[in-house]
Design a binder for this molecule. Structure first.
Ligand code: NAD
Ligand code: ZN
Ligand code: ZN
Length: 346
């Protein structure tokens, strides 16, 4: 089968012919119908060899959708032909976090060598994908896999971040979204649908700001050196009650902290350069502001998101690419010229 692989450190991903996998006991084989392209892949591909915790070549793609093509011995929970999306942050299934459905925070995954597809295990940008357990599949019924696959990360990650701050998204409050790309444009829609907070979106070009408005931002502000001042003009002295930073470089973290209000949540989702940080201390950060850097989301949250998608309230912007054109999708991602999410359709 064809697969998009990251072959060696610093190289562009390549479409290659690899053996078609077979499901082992307890596993499920999917014929991939759609696979999303995430900025985190770019981050991984920017790392030096010693910082990559798994062997190369790696088939990319941690957002996957497919139809069940075959099941391994002992699998009774899914039927051949079912349309599903894949819950990506695989865990052991038995530790305390996994028991909560929070496999993203599995305390034993590293020790057991369990990796998400596309981030250590063979990923979804291929004709077929092996999923380690039917527990990691969510049926999507008649939803379009191409428009639905971004929900597994570009939707799930902001959903998790927003749910933890639900109590602070009260009427009259302001939520600030920094970076209105793959994750950010879903975050804006989720904020609008799940809360009555007013949303201010930041990005680096008028085109991106127009996009943010089109998906529901009440206000938009250019993310430049004056961004914090301009956001404060809108929020007044109260500042924002929730700030979601989908960029995570020092300038955006500084903006996030400067617009955060008293008792706010500042959530840093973007991976940035892996070195930037927020400063929290008396007199430096707003009173009782809480800063967190969460990772992905839980299994039950993905089920909830798929239910939300069935309600028809989410409008995920996707740009489609064939498997042969997948390297071009990554070029467009790096260039920042995508509108919403790039989705590979094998
Ligand atoms: P994306 O490229 O689709 O979107 C990023 C957006 O940020 C773009 O619209 C870009 O124009 C904008 N941007 C860039 N610099 C900016 C700046 N200085 N100010 C404001 N906006 C700016 O990326 P994505 O796939 O949505 O991912 C966003 C970030 O989230 C990445 O860093 C990614 O690695 C990270 N991520 C984290 C998790 C997690 O679990 N924590 C999960 C998925 C993605
Ligand atoms: Zn991702
Ligand atoms: Zn676990």
């Amino acid at each position: 089968m064809k697969a998009l692989q990251y072959v060696s450190v610093g190289s562009e991903p390549q479409v290659r012919e690899v053996p078609t996998p077979e499901p082992g006991p307890g596993q499920v084989l999917l014929r991939v119908t759609a696979a999303g392209v995430c900025h985190s892949d770019d981050f991984v591909m920017s790392l030096p060899a010693e910082a990559i915790g798994f062997p190369l070549p790696l088939t990319l793609g941690h957002e996957g959708a497919g139809t069940v093509a075959a099941v391994g011995a002992g699998v009774r929970e899914v039927e051949i032909g079912t349309n599903v999306v894949v819950y990506g942050p695989w865990g052991c299934g038995v530790c305390w976090f996994c028991a909560q459905g929070l496999e993203n925070y599995c305390s034993r995954a590293a020790q057991l060598g369990i990796f998400p597809p596309g981030l250590g295990a063979p990923g979804a940008i291929a004709e077929y994908l092996v999923v380690d357990s039917p527990r990691h599949l969510v049926p999507i019924g008649d939803l379009d896999p191409v428009a639905t696959v971004p929900l597994t990360d570009a939707g799930l990650t902001p959903y998790h971040a927003i749910k933890r701050s639900a109590a602070k998204l009260r009427p009259g409050s302001w939520a600030v979204v920094i970076g209105s790309g793959g994750l950010g444009h879903v975050a804006i829609q989720l904020l609008r649908h799940l809360s009555s907070a007013r949303v201010i979106a930041l990005d680096v070009s008028d085109e991106k700001l127009e996009f943010a408005k089109s998906v529901g931002a009440h206000e938009v502000v250019l993310s430049d050196a004056d961004a914090a001042k301009n956001v404060r003009k809108i929020t007044g002295s109260a500042g924002a009650s929730v700030v979601l930073d989908f960029v995570g470089f020092q300038p955006t973290i500084d903006t996030a902290m400067a617009v955060a209000g008293i008792d706010s949540d500042v959530t840093i989702v973007g991976l940035g350069d892996g070195k930037s940080s927020a400063r929290v201390a008396f007199g430096i950060s707003p009173y009782e502001a809480a800063v967190a850097a969460p990772y992905w989301g839980s299994r039950s949250e993905l089920i909830e998101l798929i239910d939300l998608a069935h309600e028809g309230v989410l409008d995920i912007a996707v740009e489609r690419f064939s498997l042969d054109d997948a390297p071009e999708a990554y070029r467009r991602l790096s260039a920042g010229s995508l509108r919403g999410r790039a989705v590979i359709v094998p």
